[in-house]
Design a protein around this ligand. Structure first.
Ligand code: CP
Length: 307
């Protein structure tokens, strides 16, 4: 396992063999959850280690799942909140990391609103760095938990048709998923308004669906993205009602097909990209993604720390 990367910054840090190791390890933690965690015990993988959760941007799923993952692996956890730190007094990120390094942590899990912050932190510390979402760049552990969710449902990812729908231009989840799903052999198509598709689309060589019904008909998996108002430049989405009419997944269009699953990284804008009742259909994986997020992040932390 010596070629397992030291840091996880972006999806192409991992090849298909690394991903298989992660999925096998996640399954081990899932299969042994009852006889270990629910029996009042912890897995020993990170015993004696300290994980620093350095979140410079809000998060519910990623932050809490990394905290649970670290604790279930016997790690100490240092919760670092940017807005309650000396960053608010003007201290730099470099000095902040130097200070936390001096407290002898082992792993940084970093979320930041700016592209490249986890890579920058990896360049100034000897500790392990995991990207928990940076700006519009990447969110590799989201792609891992999405792929694990697909794998558990279909028993494979290779050969499946996956459509990523919505606000692709602002989405770090889309970037990580396109790379990782292709590494695993899936065929990926995109769909969204022209203003929410990136200009460098041709570099990805990803075909675009003509309409939402074609996307549903072609797909084994739909990954629906949140409209990211906080990252919207301006004027990219002139009308929510037009968006709903042409791009929303709802019971009327989604329930037409049986062999398909729906993923969404959350948080969901109900009534915009997704109708609330559609999220309750039997083939909506949204809650299972959250559950799988803990097991896959346990696997990532364990493999990075014990390479
Ligand atoms: N999917 C995701 O990154 O959600 P959070 O912002 O709640 O962590």
């Amino acid at each position: 396992m010596s070629d397992f990367p030291k840091n996880l910054i972006q999806a192409d840090d991992l090849n298909s063999e690394h991903l298989k190791l992660i999925f096998d390890k996640a399954k081990y933690f899932e299969d042994n959850f009852t006889n270990t965690i629910q029996n009042g015990e912890h897995f020993p993988d990170l015993k004696g280690r300290t994980v620093a959760l350095a979140f410079f941007e809000n998060s519910t799923r990623t932050r809490n799942s990394f905290e649970l993952a670290a604790k279930r692996l016997s790690s100490d956890v240092l919760n670092f909140s940017a807005n309650q730190s000396s960053l608010a007094k003007g201290e730099s990120i470099a000095d902040t990391i130097r200070t936390i390094d001096a407290m002898m942590v082992d792993i940084y899990v970093v979320r930041n609103q700016y592209n490249g912050t986890p890579a920058f932190i990896a360049s100034i510390t000897n500790n392990i760095v995991v990207n928990a979402g940076d700006g519009k760049h990447e969110h590799p552990t989201q792609a891992i938990l999405d792929a694990y969710t697909i794998l558990k449902h279909y028993g494979k990812v290779d050969g499946l048709n996956v459509s990523i729908i919505g606000d692709i231009i602002n989405s770090r989840v889309a970037r990580s998923n396109i790379t990782m799903l292709r590494t695993l052999g899936a065929d990926v198509k995109l769909f969204g308004p022209g203003t929410l598709l990136p200009r460098h689309l041709n570099c990805w060589n990803a075909p675009i669906h003509d309409n939402i019904n074609d996307a549903i008909e072609w797909s084994d998996v739909i990954i629906l993205l949140r409209i990211q108002n906080e990252r919207m430049d301006s004027g990219l989405l002139p009308s929510i009602s037009e968006y709903v009419k042409f791009y929303q997944i709802n019971v009327a269009n989604f329930a037409k097909k049986d062999k398909i699953i729906l993923l969404h990284p959350g948080p969901v804008n109900y009534g915009v990209e997704l109708e609330h009742n559609a999220s309750k259909l039997h083939n909506s994986m949204i809650d299972r993604q959250v559950t799988n997020g803990v097991f896959t992040r346990m696997a990532v932390l364990s493999l990075l720390a014990n390479r």
